[in-house]
Design a protein around this ligand. Sequence first.
Ligand code: BGC
Length: 418
Amino acid sequence: MKTFARALCGAVSMIAVTAAAPALAEPKAEVLHYWTSGGEAKAVQALQEAFAARGGEWVDAPVAGGGGDAQAAVLRARVLAGDPPAAVQIKGPNIQEWAEAGALGDLTAVATAQDWDKVLPEAIQNIVKYEGKYVAVPVNVHRVDWIWANPEVLAKVGAEVPTSWEEFNETADKLQATGIIPLAHGGQPWQDATVFETVVLGIGGTDFYRKALVELDMDALGSDTMVAVFDQMRKMRGYVDPDFPGRDWNLATAMVMRGEAAMQIMGDWAKGEFAAAGKVPGVDYVCASTPSDNGYLLNSDSFAMFNVSGDDNVEGQAVLAELILGTEFQETFNLFKGSIPARTDVPRAEFDDCAIKSMDDMVAAAEGGTLLGSMAHEIAQAGAVRGAFIDVATAHFNSDMSSQDAVDQLVKAIKLAQ
Ligand code: BGC
C-alpha cells in the first residue's frame, strides 16, 4: 500500500484545512464510510444532521461491509481515478500511509483552535498525527475485547458471563448440551480475526499479544502458546452454529438479542445494535471484557480529509473536522455508536455501565501498560501484515487444519508480508 499510495499521490503537497471561519463558500463534503448497520446508521445520521445544521451539504458514500475491507478497495479506486472523497473513515497505520503519500489535508489549524493536544489521550494522538501534525480527526474509542451475552439464556444452564477461558468452555459445553448455540458468530474473515485476537490476548496474556501481534516477534508467533491459541480457536469453531458462513456481525448480535444464542465476541459497535433495538444493558443484555490480564484492545475510528479542490469542499472539511471533535457531538455520536468519546472531557452522565467500564479500563490499561492496538481493526497492523494474520486465522477456523500447521503457516505468512 505504501508504494501504491506514494505512486498515486506523488509529490502532491499537503493542503491545510483551515479552522472553520466565517463561511466563504457553502460547506460540502462527500463522506466515505462503512457504517450501514442499524446502530451505525443512527450514529452517522447524527453526524449528517449536525453538518446540515451548520449549512453543510452531505454527499453520502456508504460502502456496506463491516470492518472496512470493502471500503478500502473503493478508496484506492477513487484515489487512482484522481477523485478522492472529501472525508474518509480510515484508521491506524492507514492514516500514516495516506499522509506519507501526501494525500491528506493538514488539520493543524482546527486542532490548535480546539486544543486537541489537551483533550485527546496520547494513544489516540499517536494514531491521528503524522510527523507531529494532525491529519485525521478521531470520532471515538471502540474496545474490541468484549463478550455480549443474553443473561436469560445463560441462566438456563445456571451460568453467568465467563471470567476465564476454562469457564467459557465449560459454559459453552453446557449450553450446547441443552441445544443452545453458545457463540453467535458471523463467518467473515475479519470477524474470525476479531475472535482470534481476543483469544491471543486471553490465552497468551498482554505481553504475548504485544510480542506476537504488535512486534511480530517470530519466537512468539511460532511458540507453543500460539499453538494453544489455535486449540482454543478450534473449540470456538465448535461453539458456532452451522449457518454462520457469510453472516454479517449485526445479524449475529441479533441472535443474542433474540435469545437464539448466548454470547457474541465483538467490539462495542455491537452495543450500538442493542441500543438501536431499545435494549437495556444489565437487563436485556450484559457486557463483560473477554478474560485477560487487564488487557484492553483499542480501536478508534477517525476521519481523514483527502486533498480535494473547490472552496465548498475545503470549507466542508473544516466544518466537519471542527464538528467531529466538539464535546456535544462526541456525546451524541458515541451514545448511538456504542463507543466512548475520543476526548476525555465529555460528561459521563448519559453513558451506560458498559461505556463507563470501557472508560475506566482504558485509563487503567494505559497506566498499567496493557493498552494494546487491535490487529483485526487496523490499529496494530494494516495492509499485508494484517491480511496475513486474517488469512491464517480464517483458514484455520474454516477447515480442520491442525493448530501446529496454523502456527507454521502464520510464521511463514508474516515473514513474507513484512
Ligand atoms: C469499526 C467500527 C464498525 C465495525 C463494524 C470496525 O472496524 O471500527 O466503527 O462499526 O468495524 O463495521
